[in-house]
Ligand binder design. Structure first.
Ligand SMILES: [Zn+2]
Length: 381
């Protein structure tokens, strides 16, 4: 893949490259917690099939045209005064292959019953891509948080600093032009990748907010918003039977992408991400987690601990590496030990800046701007 995917990279913050990130975790960390994370279903649902993961909750999968080749979606049995139907959580990448699978589900597990509501956890294309299409087909309202709804519109229109050039400037200011001399030229290739996955953005929505309680069928789901991966990512928790629909915020095995992008060049998203993990700590030990990628699992607290250790280790390694001033592009090999292709590179540089900003904001590193306009970071003492 070439630089044409750049805009996609900028606005999706997918978890593609972070699979590499996890590879670098020492085996002892993997082993300590991995044994306590259990997957009740060994095999995920095949295309067009579903798996019942709890009463009234079905797991389906849609394909993605990337290295991370799938997203999990959830069908929740619902009912209102007009009778039984469904609430859908997340919608899939907005391409004909996903539409075709939706038609199979409508006629299959969904039994022709109506869709009552479409919940979208966040604005990334694999989650919101088919929302407008589903709304058009079913008439069901779309529920999102306001930041995610507006970000989808901004990303689709290159507004509000979501444009490719804006992030390119940031990455050049972190040394990417030195590490990859072809970067500036390559990023000029016209893109529009967000719209490839989200051809139409919904024009009306119902606003979800922190702590909202949503009745879906026999369950009440509480909205827990989380930060660092997306601006106001919604997750849903059912306290009646301890089920968490975690979106991209808590994933098993692979780590969520947490990056700095052009429209918030001074951001500290890794702190936001780690702080958001605190919101899941009070949930019960037996919580069944329904993540957007990989498999349904139990062992939420083990996974949270593993993620904390993972990031603490990466931060410590990074701190050791910046004994002398380094820019973000220079420290990529510290965080990512395999070669990065162009697509992975933009995620990687965003994530490297996020880790450096964490150290900088925590007073563990100082930042300087050189005469060429490039930021360097050096550890404090
Ligand atoms: Zn995402």
């Amino acid at each position: 893949m070439g630089w044409r995917v750049y805009l996609y990279a900028q606005v999706t913050a997918s978890v593609l490259f972070t699979q590499l990130d996890c590879v670098a975790v020492p085996a002892r960390l993997q082993l300590r917690h991995q044994a306590m994370i259990n997957y009740p279903h060994e095999t995920p649902p095949a295309a067009g099939e579903s798996i019942l993961v709890a009463p009234g909750i079905y797991w389906i999968r849609m394909p993605l045209p990337f290295a991370l080749n799938h997203i999990n979606l959830w069908l929740l049995e619902d009912a209102d005064e007009h009778g039984p139907g469904w609430t859908i959580v997340d919608t899939g990448y907005g391409v004909p292959a996903t539409h075709e699978l939706w038609h199979r589900h409508f006629a299959g597990i969904m039994g022709g019953r109506p869709v009552k509501r479409i919940i979208v956890t966040h604005y990334h294309p694999d989650h919101v891509g088919c929302a407008a299409w589903l709304h058009e087909k079913t008439g069901a309202p779309i529920w999102m948080t306001t930041s995610e709804y507006l970000s989808a519109h901004a990303a689709a229109e290159d507004m509000a600093g979501f444009d490719r050039d804006n992030s390119a400037r940031l990455f050049l200011a972190h040394g990417l032009g030195k590490a990859r001399p072809d970067f500036a030229e390559a990023q000029k290739v016209r893109s529009g990748a967000y719209k490839r996955g989200v051809p139409t953005v919904p024009k009306r929505y119902y606003r979800m907010m922190e702590n909202d309680e949503i009745m879906i069928g026999a369950r009440t789901w509480r909205v827990i918003t989380a930060f660092g991966h997306a601006p106001e990512h919604a997750t849903l928790f059912s306290a009646g039977d301890n089920i968490l629909i975690s979106g991209d915020q808590v994933l098993p095995r692979i780590t969520t992408n947490v990056g700095v992008w052009g429209n918030q060049p001074e951001a500290n998203p890794l702190k936001q991400f780690l702080d958001s993990m605190e919101k899941f700590e009070p949930l019960p030990a037996d919580t069944l987690v329904l993540p957007s990628h990989d498999r349904v699992f139990t062992g939420l607290h083990e996974r949270l601990a593993q993620l904390r250790e993972h990031h603490a280790l990466r931060l410590a390694e990074l701190e050791a590496a910046i004994e002398t001033p380094q820019h973000a592009a220079e420290i990529l090999p510290v965080l990512f030990r395999r070669p990065l292709d162009e697509h992975q590179l933009v995620f990687a540089i965003g994530e490297a800046i996020a880790h450096l900003h964490f150290l900088w904001r925590a007073g563990r590193a100082k930042r300087t701007l050189d005469a060429e306009g490039i930021y360097s970071f050096q550890r404090v003492a």
